[in-house]
Design a protein. Structure first.
Length: 299
């Protein structure tokens, strides 16, 4: 008998070594089915508003008034989508939202990384008070900031300018990013920093050659979140972007709502068109988001 045959485990030994519930022939218990049913119900509950928007986006106003919001459309009606597309110049609004959100995401991540490097690794004086101040700034509602920001940007000549919104959201998002990254960088391995210093690397080189490659998954997650959060913002773009040529997608959707009349099917179509770009962005970067979230879970 060969040595490999002697050392190879028998079928019964392999069955005993297989963890319970992980074998290919293992049957699910009642608890597993209950958890699966609850997960499916939660998923349907989350997806229900999106399904409702899709259904009503392709209904005519007459079909909606006759069958209600829950029934399937009697026929595909696309006039609502084309009416919103032409009425608000939707491609221009998408470009405005994409330019503002993308610029804010990149600038906020860079600013967060620089601030967190100084607070978490540089250990500047008064670090704790600065972090507390940033945390308090994150708690301020946007309504409190509207008047001083409006006065400041009007005096600076940036009112009704996309750069006013970019500057505001860059500061707001970087405050959260700084608070998060400062906690991450404070636990950064000191051995790597000391080894880089012994090799003659300065702080700038340590940041880009040591800190940035290791924290890149976290920065990718922040980039995705900053983009989506800025895309969905409504109050500040509504206040600072009064011209039709500078408005974003969420602001453009409100153009369909009148004082006493609102076209539900066209509003649903506008909401669907507003969701599609962020959905595509999320699907493209879904793997990046998953890797970034689970980067620190496995050592």
């Amino acid at each position: 008998m060969a040595a490999a045959d002697v050392l190879a485990p028998t079928k019964s030994e392999r069955r005993r070594r297989t963890p319970a519930g992980r074998g290919p022939g293992t049957t699910r218990t009642a608890g597993d089915w209950a958890v699966l049913a609850v997960a499916v119900l939660i998923g349907l509950f989350i997806a229900f508003p999106f399904i409702l928007i899709v259904i009503n986006s392709f209904k005519s106003p007459t079909d909606y008034a006759t069958s209600g919001p829950l029934a399937l459309p009697a026929e595909i009606y696309t006039d609502g989508i084309s009416a919103f597309w032409e009425r608000v110049n939707f491609p221009q609004k998408v470009w405005n939202s994409f330019f503002i959100s993308g610029t804010v995401a990149v600038l906020a991540v860079l600013l967060s990384m620089f601030n967190a490097f100084a607070l978490g690794i540089g250990r500047i004086k008064g670090r704790m008070w600065i972090v507390i101040l940033i945390l308090l700034a994150n708690m301020l509602p946007q309504e409190v900031l509207l008047y001083p920001l409006y006065f400041m940007f009007r005096e600076a000549g940036l009112y009704d300018n996309v750069w006013a919104v970019i500057i505001i959201f860059t500061v707001i998002q970087s405050a959260f990013g700084t608070y998060l990254l400062a906690s991450v960088y404070s636990t950064f391995p000191k051995e790597l920093l000391e080894a880089a210093s012994l090799d003659g690397a300065g702080r700038w080189r340590v940041l880009w050659r040591v800190v940035y490659p290791i924290s890149r998954p976290t920065l990718s997650v922040l980039l995705i979140f900053f983009f989506i959060w800025t895309w969905n913002e409504f109050l500040i773009p509504l206040t600072f972007l009064v011209s039709n040529a500078n408005q974003t997608v969420p602001v453009a959707i409100t153009a369909l709502q009148g004082d006493r009349l609102m076209d539900v099917t066209t509003t649903s179509a506008s909401a669907l068109l507003g969701l599609i770009p962020t959905l595509i962005f999320f699907l493209i970067f879904q793997r990046t988001l998953t890797r970034g979230i689970t980067a620190g879970a496995v050592k």
